[in-house]
Design a protein around this ligand. Sequence first.
Ligand SMILES: *Cc1c(COP(=O)(O)O)cnc(C)c1O
Length: 405
Amino acid sequence: MIYNGIDFETYFKNYPDANGYFGKYGGAYISPELKQAMQEITEAYFTICKSRKFIAELRRIRKEFQGRPTPISHLERLSNKLGDVQLYVKREDLNHTGAHKLNHCMGEALLAKYMGKKKVIAETGAGQHGVALATAAAYFGLECDIYMGAVDIKKQAPNVARMKILGANVVEVTEGLQTLKEAVDAAFAAYANEYKDAIYCIGSVLGPHPFPMMVRDFQSVVGIEAREQFVEMTGELPDAIVACVGGGSNAAGFFSGFLNDPVEIYGVEPLGRGEKLGDHAASLKYGEEGIMHGFNSIMLKDENGDPAPVYSVASGLDYPSSGPEHAFLHDLGRVKYDVVDDEETVDAFFTLSRLEGIIPAIESSHAVAFGMKLAEKMGKGSILINLSGRGDKDMDYIIEKYGIR
Ligand SMILES: *Cc1c(COP(=O)(O)O)cnc(C)c1O
């Protein structure tokens, strides 16, 4: 399918290009030393990902350890309530550890093993990426250092406990505001010293090349499965698909299965409390081109041009930028990016729980909320939503802040 001059038949051969660019977005804006480390990872990835042994091992892990393929569920009661549109969800909440993140963490850790590395390093904000990576490290017998701001460590006690139980070393970061940004800086600094023995594992389709490409490729299993399952279940393609976008990994993998199809694709960003800078994290909708954390993309900037403070009820979505591929697909118009706010999201969280017996992650609830609005607008047809994770982690906070609805 040709869309706006781009041939999606050959899209994955051409994007990103050899330097990691999706159009003008992407690249690797990092120190020469780190550039060398990224080069090493890129070369290893291109060799290893084609090896039969690597592919067979990753397939086996997905099936026997992660529990893939995850199913698609038809949301019959919710669809009936909304009208004639049929809604479906791809159940990444049923992937081991309860979200899609393990898909790329197992891939990254397997790559580390093939490269002969002894350790994986990462930062984490809410702790979800840290838990997924600690799980992968335990599985492969790798050391695991997770950098986390002191403020986040206090706020995310259950995930800190999970990481420690899984054998990870949680490194407290006490610089600056003691949250995600400082944790990223500290993890990168550690990696620059340790890159001979360690590999940095980024938690989304972010950071310098090759990570936006590699993480998308590891997540593409979601889109491939979903397309096959949906066609088998209904005999046709969905009319529209929807995923939430923080950094953009669950969306990138899910969308990749449908880019070459006549399917409307929607990415949903968090509008939080409203449109004012600092009240949301809708970087593609309100941001502008800029470089942060080693890549060029669309980002929310403050008056000095630095990454702006962001807010969302979903801590997995509050990042002031999104992956370069999303910026590219946004400018191209192939994917439409829209927003829902905290209130709509919390309503969707309870609605899906009550009508379908699925408690969604508050991140995924953004996609559900948008899917419900889209269903009313479309009037007929089908919508497939990527349910990126389960909501057990969010229950206490939602009840405390919003009560039972
Ligand atoms: C981390 C997380 C997200 C956001 O990350 P993306 O890279 O945008 O996918 C979404 N849903 C869940 C359940 C998460 O844990």
